[in-house]
Design a binder for this molecule. Structure first.
Ligand SMILES: NC(=O)C1=CN([C@@H]2O[C@H](COP(=O)(O)OP(=O)(O)OC[C@H]3O[C@@H](n4cnc5c(N)ncnc54)[C@H](OP(=O)(O)O)[C@@H]3O)[C@@H](O)[C@H]2O)C=CC1
Ligand SMILES: O=C(O)C1=N[C@H](C(=O)O)C[C@H](O)C1
Length: 268
């Protein structure tokens, strides 16, 4: 395979910096562009400075020029940014690895539509551990389908802007699918006041935002006399960035299609 030229969107962000580090050290790929939005204070700076060196790649908001010399873009930004990048990538025929969470149903449909023309990996969590956890949840849900209350608890750093996390929502979807339930109908997002007794079919979500927690998820199956908890704790953003690098490798020989990390890791 040829060397993959990689653009990183949101390069000055928390994930952007981890991605700069991961791509810089990955075999078979080179950083070709570091992108930020028009009002970013980081524009015109050398992107290497964000990770403690220089690399000659200046941070830019000119995505059209950046994509002219690029095979794939890695995008961990905001839904609005990802949607704008999607349109440009579609026109330029550039593949996308997307980690942004908080996309609406309509925005997800736009990814699906674009994937008829370009190859996309879109996943709310790119760590290997969380993706194995999704498989464990399928098994747990099928076996504990009756007599167990299901709750999903997630904790993240104080700067996170969306809730529940994309990972928590995917956990809910995986469990609901395994049980033949529709998450839209059974999800309960937080509780307050006189809520009444818990309904059997529901899947509850609780959110913690505090300090510098990288990302923690617990799926609880609580029955009479016992409780099963499946827990994942991320302690470094490099775990997500290394997953994104694996996604880039997976896309190398794909020309179209919408994939997630279950495809990348062969867990389907
Ligand atoms: N799939 C996965 O494995 C993971 C997903 N995530 C998701 O990735 C996303 C980013 O997380 P994180 O790095 O912590 O967030 P940050 O806010 O640290 O980084 C986002 C970056 O994107 C920039 N940005 C904001 N708006 C736009 C826009 N409209 N166009 C282009 N760039 C924009 C931000 O600039 P500015 O700061 O100036 O606003 C910032 O540099 C979130 O949705 C998060 O949930 C995070 C970790 C793992
Ligand atoms: O914003 C974050 O930080 C994270 N977001 C992702 C999510 O919403 O699930 C993944 C990870 O937990 C970190």
């Amino acid at each position: 395979m040829s060397i993959q030229n990689i653009a990183i969107a949101g390069s000055a962000g928390r994930m952007g910096r981890a991605l700069l580090e991961a791509v810089t050290h990955a075999d078979g790929m080179q950083l070709s562009a570091a992108l930020e939005h028009d009002n970013s204070p980081f524009l015109k700076k050398d992107s290497g400075e964000l990770i403690g060196s220089t690399n000659g790649i200046t941070i830019t908001s000119d995505i059209v020029t950046a994509l002219a010399d690029c095979h794939q873009i890695i995008d961990f930004t905001r839904p609005q940014g990802t949607m704008a990048h999607l349109d440009t990538c579609r026109e330029a025929g550039v593949k996308m690895v997307i980690g942004t969470t908080g996309l609406s149903e309509q925005e997800k449909n736009r990814l699906k539509d674009a994937s008829n023309e370009i190859a996309i990996v879109f996943a709310p969590n790119m760590s290997v551990g969380v993706n194995v956890t999704f498989k464990l949840l399928e098994i747990a849900a099928m076996v504990l389908r009756q007599g167990y209350d299901i709750e999903i608890i997630e904790a993240h750093h104080r700067h996170k802007i969306d809730a529940p996390s994309g990972t928590a929502l995917r956990m809910g979807e995986v469990i609901a699918d395994a049980l033949g339930r529709d998450l839209k109908k059974v999800a309960i997002y937080g509780r307050e006041g006189v809520t009444g007794e818990r309904a059997d079919e529901t899947i509850g979500f609780s959110t913690i935002r505090a300090g510098d927690i990288v990302g923690e998820h617990t799926a609880m199956f609580a029955g009479a006399g016992e409780r099963v908890e499946i827990v994942h704790k991320a302690s470094s953003r490099m775990t997500f960035a290394m997953g994104a690098v694996r996604a880039v490798r997976f896309l190398e020989d794909k020309s179209s299609g919408l994939f997630d990390m279950q495809d990348v890791l062969g867990l389907r």
